[in-house]
Design a protein around this ligand. Structure first.
Ligand code: BG6
Length: 469
């Protein structure tokens, strides 16, 4: 197979604020819901207080990004660093911090690609408004986005509004801090989701208005679901699983409305969100310039009929939930799993890229893809992560195949540039090209150590793809 990566392909890597920055309350930063959640679990795993300590190591880390050869760096801004309580005073020290990052990246010819909101809502907004349930949160986000465009927009042209809204609304942990009864949870979730779409549209429109030549789009947690058998109902179930978990959101971002099957579900389940008449125009105007794809694994689904106990639309589980009347998640016997259960499937990436490109005809960029696993620092002070190299090689080959299929894939930013605080497993589960010398409850010296995968990816970038397919 030939190499199909275009010359100007964006080889990069990713991170998010609460997972690398640390300095959780330094220089005026407010608490976020991500901090709050991590503190609740801090007896069993690391929390956001120090994380990878990027806040104090950013010069060294950006030098390593340059050494790696990165053309772009996808990272997020902490809303609560810029506006500590979400909708009050602006914190100049927060702006100063991101100015330093942006300027240093540009000095090193690394294009900053910024996510405005990666799971870390300012906690004050959860307290004041019950977060996204309220329309106030939408306006607070619009103001935050406009503030970022105003202060960074002269240098930053590439933006993502939020990270994985479609996954965020499915995670119970992220709902627990809100004042919601169990009975009302699905209605509130649907309202929050809708408000995030309106906020997404307002931020997209403002970006286009305020930053000439800007490019902005959503980042979705992608899903590709295989049918458990060739029974027509299983095939339908697999399709509905993708529709309910990702495609309904992509349709909303790209076409400004929910697809019919989703409206029907909301109506029948009696959880249709309250909309304002002016939203229609806002949502329809907001056309993304690109779609960012986060890809880790594939799923399998079979049809799940209602029964006496479970009526239409009853949901079981959270992230990979089953839905009565629609689908049930199964395991794929043909795929290997990571230590933490993600079924590894490079072909799934090729399928997802083809699928999204054929549906929306927008340029795609991968902003997350990677293997979360424990790494061992050997006595010679190295990390031999050949398993990660295998994973990356196979997924890069899948990108090459997708480009050959005709997909306009413009970049690949694996997760993560450096070891980050994993949302579920702290520092036990690592993703980076660069090892951070700390454990969950022992900060050690936080030294940065290039893993074997660092040198592998450096070669990939140098060669604009793999040397052999
Ligand atoms: C993605 C998130 O869904 O999954 C990241 O955008 C996250 O923030 C990644 O780190 C991996 O999940 P986890 O739980 O292993 O950190």
């Amino acid at each position: 197979m030939d190499n199909h990566f275009p010359e100007d392909f964006w080889w990069g890597a990713s991170s998010s604020a609460f997972q690398i920055e640390g300095a959780w309350d330094e220089d005026g930063k407010g608490m976020t819901v991500a901090d709050y959640n991590s503190f609740k679990k801090s007896e069993v795993q690391a929390d956001t207080k120090v994380a990878s300590d990027f806040y104090h190591h950013y010069e060294e880390d950006i030098s390593l990004m340059k050494e790696l050869g990165m053309k772009t760096y996808r990272f997020s801004i902490s809303w609560a660093r810029i506006i500590p309580d979400g909708d009050g005073e602006i914190n100049q020290k927060g702006i100063d911090f991101y100015n330093k990052i942006i300027d240093l990246l540009l000095e090193k010819d690394i294009i900053p690609f910024i996510t405005l909101y990666h799971f870390d809502l300012p906690y004050a907004l959860a307290e004041k408004y019950n977060g996204w349930e309220s329309r106030e949160c939408v306006y607070a986000f619009e103001r935050f986005a406009k503030t970022c465009y105003e202060v960074f927009g002269d240098r930053v042209k590439h933006w993502q509004v939020n990270n994985e809204q479609n996954l965020m609304v499915r995670v119970n942990e992220r709902m627990n801090m809100y004042n919601v009864s169990e009975k009302d949870a699905e209605r509130v979730r649907a309202q929050m989701d809708y408000h995030m779409f309106v906020a997404h549209a307002l931020a997209t429109n403002a970006c286009h208005d305020m930053i000439p030549g800007s490019k902005i789009g959503p980042a979705v947690s992608s899903t590709k679901t295989y049918p458990a058998s060739n029974k027509p109902m299983d095939i339908w179930a697999a399709e509905m699983n993708d529709n309910f978990k990702t495609n309904y959101a992509l349709d909303m971002y790209c076409y400004g409305d929910y697809p019919g099957y989703y409206k029907e579900y909301l109506k029948k389940a009696e959880i249709s969100p309250v909309r304002k008449p002016e939203d229609e125009e806002i949502l329809k105007k907001a056309k993304p310039d690109l779609i960012a794809v986060n890809y880790y694994r594939t799923l399998v689904a079979s049809y799940l009929s209602e029964d006496e106990e479970h009526t239409y639309g009853t949901k079981v589980n959270e992230i990979d939930y089953d839905l009565y009347g629609y689908f049930k998640i199964e395991k794929n016997a043909h795929l290997k799993s990571s230590k933490y259960g993600a079924q590894i499937d490079p072909m799934g990436l090729r399928l997802v890229l083809n699928d999204y490109y054929n549906r929306y005809r927008l340029p795609l960029i991968i902003t997350e893809n990677g293997l979360g696993t424990p790494d061992e620092l050997t006595e010679d002070g190295k990390v031999h992560d050949d398993y990660r190299i295998d994973y990356l090689r196979d997924h890069i080959a899948a990108c090459n195949d997708a480009i050959a299929d005709g997909v306009e894939l413009i970049g690949y930013c694996p997760w993560a540039v450096i070891d980050i605080l994993s949302s579920h497993q702290g520092f036990k589960k690592r993703y980076g090209f660069i090892y951070v010398n700390r454990e969950d409850h022992d900060l050690k010296d936080l030294a940065r150590i290039r893993k074997d995968s660092f040198y592998f990816y450096q070669k990939v970038i140098e060669n604009n793809g793999l040397t052999k397919y």
